[in-house]
Write a protein that binds this ligand. Structure first.
Ligand code: SF4
Ligand code: SF4
Ligand code: SF4
Length: 582
């Protein structure tokens, strides 16, 4: 690629043609601050925090959208630039509810950090009228507090451009502008799918999940309750970020130790029920292939994807696997098999999950998710909520020893842990389906064609004399593209994996938030996914059907995959929804 040489702060910098000033500055190890900018998602140059001086330009320019030209001279730190950034921040703060002491984002808020870095203090505040702002708590999974919104529109862009949903936008005009849903509807009245991608990119405390931590602390303190917890595969790949570990650190052992010290009676692993999901899903797939069932079969692990399918592709709900998600399968087994084994009344079990996901908060309240007459799962916490619980009780996370999950619902295989990355469910299912169909042991377990962060992946595998065509999509915009091809006949598959969040659960809406400066320069999805693939590679058992705890569950309780009992506990039904119907 052709390079261009410019001068930044008097130093020569060479950057690829087409780069912006922001990108060229990074190559010179200069971080120009940004607020609204999200690479390839929200490149609108609106907030004016990233302004710089360019020789010959009549005014300061927004470096995030301004392309470099040969011979250009740029200054990123003149008094004029610094004063402009401070003024912009002061104006934002003049319309901001400054409640840092009680704000969920305090400590990792991009606005707060910028104020500190640029030396903006309370003394030089502008006083004046504030835009009347609303708090929307109508959705099951999240709260919007517009008194802390800075109108950067990152949430709007991710909902529209990445997820292809577009249920939020700017209402009103000028000083009265507010982000919300059309016609001032509550988010809970729209066809929002609860994915939480908007929360993940919000730089401030304007968006947050609904918090269940107090309810979980109360359950733990209740001596009449047996409180168990399950942790999803992707949580171990990101929780450490909340405690200063680099992105891509596996903190499974410390997480288990922390959960035990928080007071949970048993610490179990959703990986166990991911293996169970594979047993049921692979069996269902083989059944459909052999008996002329509806194809392509589409995975059903991701509740954001499920709600999206119900709203936007209701004619394809028959394609969905009838398997409950691993979270819900775990809950159903915990309150039946485990309850019987442990001699505990299911009504006395409080089942808590820790998920990388906000849509799980919606999922636990869906119809048909209470196989034992009580909810399969009582509380779904996000990874962020778990981090807050650990902080609240004063646990020194980094100093904790590594501990192991409890048996039997904590035993799992390598196939299960890769569920947290896009392509992981497909790969895990293929390991079991291929061996079941051929009756032979696989020579190699890695299906590398379905790995990686690309939005859509395709592969064809020759299995027992049949060409099995598979596809994997993550992010709902990509899912829409793929499904439209299937509907038009342009593409033809037997099995499709879809995850609601781009990159899969590792990049879920409930994971620790990383600032724009990191999101724009680091592939968070790939780093977190590597944690899971490394764990899989190091596991002694890497196929779900070889998990001894799962074999015992079928032998002593469920019978065969797809049995009547398995169907009652582990499978579900779907709803054909309209757009803007909850
Ligand atoms: S959003 Fe940020 S600046 Fe605003 S109150 Fe919360 S922590 Fe403070
Ligand atoms: S949760 Fe997802 S669908 Fe709902 S507003 Fe946020 S990004 Fe859009
Ligand atoms: S809610 Fe957050 S992401 Fe959306 S515009 Fe406001 S500050 Fe930006």
């Amino acid at each position: 690629m052709e390079n261009i040489t410019i001068k930044i702060n008097g130093m020569e910098v060479s950057a690829p043609k087409g780069s912006t000033i922001l990108e060229a500055a990074r190559l010179a190890h200069i971080e120009i601050p940004t607020l609204c900018f999200l690479k390839e998602i929200n490149e609108i140059g609106a907030c004016r925090i990233c302004v710089v001086e360019v020789k010959g330009a009549r005014s300061l320019v927004a470096s995030c959208v301004y392309p470099i030209n040969p011979g250009m001279e740029v200054w990123t730190n003149t008094p004029k630039v610094l004063e402009s950034r401070r003024k912009t921040l002061q104006l934002i703060l003049s319309n901001h509810e400054r409640k840092c002491l009680s704000c969920v984002r305090s400590g990792n808020c991009e606005l707060q950090k910028l104020c500190k870095e640029l030396g903006v203090t309370d003394e030089d505040r502008y006083e004046g009228a504030k835009t009347p702002s609303t708090i929307d708590d109508s959705a099951v999974h999240m709260i919007r507090d517009n008194s802390k919104c800075i109108l950067c529109r990152r949430c709007v862009a991710v909902c529209e451009k990445v997820q292809g949903i577009g249920v939020i936008g700017a209402n009103q005009r000028g000083f009265n502008t507010e982000i919300g849903s059309a016609f001032e509807m509550g988010l809970g009245e729209t066809s929002c799918v609860s994915c939480g991608q908007c929360i993940a990119v919000c730089p401030t405390g304007a968006l947050r999940e609904k918090d269940s931590t107090d309810a979980v602390f109360a359950a733990i303190a209740d001596p009449s309750k047996h409180v168990i917890v399950q942790t999803a595969p992707a949580v171990r790949a990101a929780l450490g970020e909340a405690f200063g570990y680099p992105i891509g650190t596996n903190v499974e052992g410390k997480m288990v130790a922390a959960l035990r010290r928080l007071g949970f009676d048993k610490v179990f692993d959703t990986d166990f029920s991911a293996d169970l999901t594979i047993m049921e899903e692979a069996h269902e797939f083989i059944e459909r292939v052999q008996n002329g069932g509806v194809l392509p079969m589409i995975t059903s692990c991701s509740p954001g994807w499920i709600k999206y399918c119900e709203h936007y592709f209701p004619d394809m709900t028959e394609n969905l696997s009838s398997c409950k998600s691993p979270q819900q399968m775990f809950g159903a087994i915990a309150k039946s098999y485990y309850a019987e084994k442990a001699g505990i009344d299911p009504k006395d079990i409080v089942s808590v999950s820790v998920m990388p996901c906000t849509a799980k908060k919606f999922e636990i309240g869906r119809d048909d998710q209470d196989a034992n007459g009580v909810p399969d799962v009582d509380f779904a916490l996000t990874t962020r909520e778990l981090a807050r619980m650990i902080e609240r009780v004063g646990l020194k996370f980094t100093e904790l020893p590594d501990e192991e999950y409890d048996a039997p619902l904590g035993l799992s295989t390598g196939a299960a842990v890769i569920f947290g990355a896009t392509g992981g469910v497909m790969e895990a299912a293929l390991r079991t389906a291929v061996e079941t169909l051929t009756g032979e042991e696989l020579a190699a377990l890695d299906f590398t064609e379905v790995r990686g962060v690309e939005g859509v992946k395709e592969a064809t595998y020759s299995v027992a004399g049949m060409d099995v065509k598979v596809a994997v999509a993550s992010g709902l915009g990509n899912a829409r593209t793929l499904l439209n091809k299937v509907k038009s006949g342009e593409a033809n598959y037997h099995f499709i994996e879809i995850m609601g969040c781009p990159g899969g659960c590792v990049n879920g809406g409930g994971q620790p938030q990383q600032p724009g400066s990191v999101r724009n320069t680091v592939d968070i999805r790939a780093l977190r996914a590597k944690v899971l693939y490394d764990e899989d590679a190091g596991k002694p058992i890497r196929k779900s059907h070889e998990n001894p705890a799962i074999k015992e569950l079928y032998a002593s309780y469920l019978g065969e995959p797809g049995s009547e009992k398995a169907h009652h506990l582990l499978h579900t039904t779907y709803v054909k929804r309209k757009i803007n119907e909850i």
